[in-house]
Every structure is written in C-alpha cells, then in structure tokens.
Ligand binder design. Sequence first.
Ligand code: THU
Length: 136
Amino acid sequence: MTPEALLDLAKEAMKKAYAPYSGFFVGAALLTKSGKVYQGCNIENAAHTPTCCAERTAFFKAVSEGEREFAAIAVVGGKEGHITGLFPPCGVCRQVMQEFCGPDFLVYLGKENDQFMTATLEDLLPFGFSGGEHMK
Ligand code: THU
C-alpha cells in the first residue's frame, strides 16, 4: 500500500472523530505487515483524562484483534477536520508504538494539499524505553 492510500484512509477515519471539547479531529490508519489496515479516530471525554488519541484507537483495535506486526501508520488532524499542517503523535502514542514496533516503523504525517512527511519511530522517539534489562 502506498503512503498516499494509507493517508486517504486516515482522512476517512478523521471524519469519525468524537472531539466536542477540543474541536481537533484526528484520524489514523495503521498498516500491518500482512497488509491489513486498522483505522482510528480520537475519542474525547468530558473528564478529559479518558480521551484516547486516534493512533492509540487504531493500535488497540488491531492488537485486540490479534495483530502484533506493524509496518506503518498514517496520521492526519486539524481543527474541525481542516488539515492545516502536521499533527505529530503525542508522547503517549509514541510509547505505544514503541511497545509493538521496531525503530524502522514508518509514520506518515499528512499536511495540507495532500502533502506529507515521513518519519521513523526512531526519529520520533530516540532512546525510547522498551523495558530492556529491567524486565528480565
Ligand atoms: N490527539 C490525537 O488524536 N493524537 C495525538 O497524537 C495528539 C492528540 C487528540 C487528542 C484530543 O482529542 C485532541 O487531539 C486535542 O489534543
């Protein structure tokens, strides 16, 4: 699947965002190594803390269906669904990516006018925590 096709699926997911508090609509499309795509949107809550980002919605949908191997994720977002620039994943979502993905996991960040930038997980979370020696 091309980055453009994955970004289109992220844009489709963005339309389902439940964001009555921030007004930021975010969509993600997560590609498994076997070629399946799981979409996610942000889901807000009046108590704020229970809010789930679009990326984590996609990851948790996929993992709860038995997926463990991921190739890439596309993310788009913007006020009321208008994409005006990059919407980089928050730190918590980067840590969730770290749990399931290697340093070469690809993150496509959509911008206006169908442009996008590509980053690896290593770019976004250098020197990240993955348990390592502590968990043995
Ligand atoms: N949000 C995401 O969906 N993904 C991120 O990585 C950053 C933030 C959502 C959470 C909240 O609903 C809104 O964007 C504003 O923070």
